[in-house]
Ligand binder design. Structure first.
Ligand code: NZQ
Ligand code: ZN
Length: 386
């Protein structure tokens, strides 16, 4: 296990009616806020009215940034920064899924920066200061509610890039599973795949000795396998929603990666698919993850696949390559059982764009750590997934 400094600073309020906490939490940072949300789901479930009432009852002044799209755009970020500056806002409240929270984080990151916020995503500038933010999560998937990542798209340049800083971790997040009962099946499934993939990206690591982290990872993977199908069959099953919600946060709040090095190649490749085709993140991952697994499986990596196949899927075959392949098949079958497609072609990707995606994915160098991938490796994975 590698050395690490533990710091997961987000206060979490988990469960029914925890929304009541937001006024007290916000007031620690100020009285003038930006209220950020998406394209209407929070209105449909009554959450918008609930929040507005709490803000009004507590004398919190708010400006709104609505209409944040899935795969949030840098344009919304620019608009949010402008509203914050014009109105001297002191805090950002993000209410929605990962896209809304990521947009809020990018506003937070760009608020004190004098140039264009896209510079930060291009790594021309760093996050040195941020406007504090909090979240009310409505979809189990990204872990954004407890981490410092923000993923934003630029439709002009067809790029989807990530920034990461502890300064962007939400100060608090309300996780009330009741708000996720309305998530439609396609988004529920994509969310389960995203959680699953976050764990895989950390489980498959060049650091071999981190027994504890890997057993925790397997527990969260099994939670996805148990409760994903239940949430699809019974969308209003509280226990299923609650388990998935907490799984999503634990999968990417840092807990599983302390003492290890993550891989993240599949995520970077998926972001290139989303950047051009605006696909749902979890759908892209469901297609690419089994192909990444197949590509990196060899005699020297089979030990880890064997562990995965046995501990997560209960596969009992003695040959290390056979047992690994069986685990990969189980992964594919699981994603398909959630209604996920198997090929890039099915989601409208054109063969001609694969080269461009591979090149862009390798912009900052080789991907991965469990197995390093250059531009040609990435292209092979994309071709296999096509
Ligand atoms: O626009 P609204 O009305 O909010 O509707 C959303 C959207 O259409 C809807 N939705 C959310 N909660 C709902 C609901 N519909 C009904 N009932 C509810 N309770 O679901 C749709 C998808 O929402 P979105 O926020 O885009 O989903 P998700 O949470 O999966 O976020 C995906 C984004 O996060 C990025 C992805 O790349 C993608 O851009 N990621 C962020 C990460 C992070 N910050 O750490 C890591 C991830 O790997 C990922 O890259
Ligand atoms: Zn993800």
């Amino acid at each position: 296990m590698l050395d690490f400094d533990y710091s997961i600073s987000t206060e979490v309020y988990f469960g029914t009616n925890k929304i009541g906490r937001i006024a007290k939490e916000i007031k620690k940072y100020g009285n003038r806020i930006l209220f950020v949300y998406g394209q209407g789901s929070i209105n449909k479930i009554g959450l918008y009215d609930e929040i507005v009432k709490i803000l009004n009852d507590n004398g919190i002044i708010y400006e709104e940034l609505s209409g944040v799209k899935p795969n949030p755009r840098i344009d919304s970020v620019r608009k949010g920064i402008e509203i914050c500056k014009q109105n001297n806002l002191e805090f950002i409240l993000a209410v929605g899924g990962g896209s809304v929270i990521d947009c809020a984080k990018a506003i937070s990151a760009g608020f004190y920066y004098k140039g264009d916020p896209w510079d930060i995503f291009l790594r021309k500038a760093h996050v040195l200061e941020s406007l504090p933010l909090g979240s009310v999560l409505t979809l189990a998937a990204t872990g954004s509610e407890m981490n410092g990542n923000s993923v934003v798209s630029n439709t002009d340049t067809k790029q989807k890039l990530v920034i990461s800083s502890d300064l962007l971790r939400p100060k608090f997040s309300v996780l009330d599973p009741n708000y996720t009962l309305s998530v439609p099946n396609n988004q529920t499934a994509a969310g389960v795949v995203d959680i699953f993939s976050h764990i895989i990206e950390q489980y498959f690591s060049p650091v071999k000795e981190a027994f504890l982290q890997d057993r925790m990872a397997e527990g969260i993977l099994k939670t996805c396998i148990k409760y994903g199908p239940i949430a699809l069959k019974e969308p209003e099953n509280y226990e299923a929603r609650a388990n998935l919600l907490w799984a999503g946060s634990l999968a990417l709040n840092g807990l599983l990666s302390y003492g290890k090095i993550g891989d993240w190649a599949t995520h970077y490749i998926e972001h290139e698919v989303s950047a051009i085709y605006d696909v749902t993140h979890g759908v892209g991952l469901a297609i690419l993850t089994p192909h990444w697994m197949e590509y990196v499986l060899n005699d020297s990596t089979a030990y880890k696949f064997k562990e995965y196949s046995r501990n997560v899927w209960g596969v009992e075959v003695s040959n290390p390559i056979m047992v690994s392949k069986e685990g990969i098949n189980k992964t594919k079958e699981f994603f398909n059982s959630l209604g996920m497609p198997s090929t890039l072609q099915e989601i409208g990707v054109e063969e001609g764009s694969l080269k461009e995606m591979a090149k862009k994915a390798a912009t900052f160098g080789e991907l991965g750590s469990f197995q390093k991938l250059n531009k040609d490796d990435i292209l092979s994975i994309l071709k296999n997934a096509f």
